[in-house]
Design a protein around this ligand. Sequence first.
Ligand SMILES: Nc1ncnc2c1ncn2[C@@H]1O[C@H](COP(=O)(O)OP(=O)(O)OP(=O)(O)O)[C@@H](O)[C@H]1O
Length: 609
Amino acid sequence: MKERSIWRNLVRGYGIVNRLTPTYIPLTVASSFIKAVQPLMVLFLSAQIINELAGERDTGRITLYAVLAVGFAFAGSAINAAVNRRITTLNSTLWARFYFFLGNRYMQLNYDQVEDTMNNERLADIEAKSNGNGLGLLRLHYSLPELLQPLFELILSIILVIGMFTSASSYEKTFITSPYATVLLILLILSMIPFTYLIKKREERIQKKVFEDNPKANTYVDFFNEYMQAKNAAKDIRLYKQAPAIEDHYNKSVGAEYWYRIFNLVGKNNALAAAMNAVLGGCVYLFIGLRALYGMYPLGSVVQYIGAVTGVVGALAKLVSVVGNFITNNPYLSLVFEYLDLPDNMQNSASSRQIPQEELEFEFRDVSFKYPGSDHYAIKNLSMKFNIGERLAVVGLNGSGKTTMIKLLCRLYEPTEGVVTLNGIDIREYDYSAYMGVFSVVFQDFKLYSFSLGHNVAASESYDAALAEESLIMAGLSEKIRNMPEGLHTYLHKDFSDDGVEISGGEAQKVALARALYKNAPFVILDEPTAALDPIAEFEIYSRFNELIGGKTAIFVSHRLSSCRFCHDIAVFHEGRLIQRGSHDKLLAERDGKYAELWNAQAQYYVGA
Ligand SMILES: Nc1ncnc2c1ncn2[C@@H]1O[C@H](COP(=O)(O)OP(=O)(O)OP(=O)(O)O)[C@@H](O)[C@H]1O
């Protein structure tokens, strides 16, 4: 991973913080200022009261200082409480906003980027580093008060300390009261800057090493967290008694050692910094105390200077530490931006054509394709046309390239060689989003979500209820919706509604088909979505679909050759190549062909049964 400039990362990072939690930045500026100014103001007024008590003892002035001190303390606390309430409210939704931000980006990625394990690991890494270690964007968010408060403290403390160097009263001339001693004290205070910085750098080095030693730790956590709770894994976990093996893997990959090394180090560094602060604090007390003894400062000013110099020391230590944190955090911010900046390879300046209004004719021209990272051709020298308004059945053994051909047609992937054209023009020239709108596809591994039936069919919150119902009826679910308690408003599954219904695998496939019908796109593709249906139901669905889609172009992929009889055109795939094409009768007549072999094999099993 390439680390990016820290300044650019910070500016961009805080821009995102501002978008995720608007008003957080100005509120934090206000809160940090109040938190810094309030104690220093009280310190200043207390010093004035002591000076007054030790000097002229003017009751009026003492009362005024006391009222001001109490007033400041009270007003500061009240304003701060109100501001903090707003900040706490914002922070309480930060997690949800942050995860939506990452997830939303994931939804915008090109499909090939989603299938790329590197990107999945990247996202798992970002989430785990934020979650477990508070690194990345969240670190910026939470570091803001850690940066601003000491910054204000430093500025205000320096203002309160200025009097130390301009004292006009007569005092004993010794080394301690000389300017050399002042310079020495300043140097001593400044010496902690490189020291604290070095501690932070060491922390960064060790933290990086811990992460490098456990490169897959986050992917494991993510995988197992999801797997342990996955409904579709629950049967296997129980029947194959996977729980102990999962626990074993989990502990090995994310064992206590991993966290111990990080937190042990942070703890040690914090202790070191605290010790250094204590020593410096002692020196400050000694220095100012001695100067007071030599008559350089009045009693009240001693209180003020000790408080203010200690404030400078504390603020500097916190500032160096927070700057160190920014440096430590920068690689993880770079990781976030690398993920956010994954290029959109599908929609670019060349993809500006609108989808033609006339009939759509697709063609593969000598297309070959290898999946990224694979040296095996999943599709080889494929040339085929999809006849407008006709149905094409695609058949072939497992792994013969049927689904890959469909992914290429839908532009989920781009060919390694050759082109796919729409009305004679390379599909890469069309607007990507509009191109996606051309297809109503039902894949083998379609997904429904635990919302209402109508929402599932329309894939949206607001929908045309009549059309959704009609689509469900057309997909063969008329009986089912009649029996559903709230019709289209019935929830699937019980995640969000106690009245939700569980549907069978076959019924789920019918809902997915209804969704494709509802979309009403000009090109329909059913990629074996009926595997959970019995052969009769599948035949019924396919034939009904054949009627329903009217004059649209369609592709049906199925392993049950008998289900594709209504298609006049059948394409046979084998090892990534199109090896036969024609009607059922023509292909059956090619006695040595793959189609005849598959047909006879299936006929034999059915006869045997
Ligand atoms: N995401 C992927 N990454 C790498 N290789 C893949 C990927 N998906 C599929 N393949 C490989 O591409 C080849 C064709 O797969 P494809 O899914 O197109 O076959 P299919 O004919 O649809 O199979 P099935 O009938 O089992 O659905 C197979 O060898 C498969 O291993």
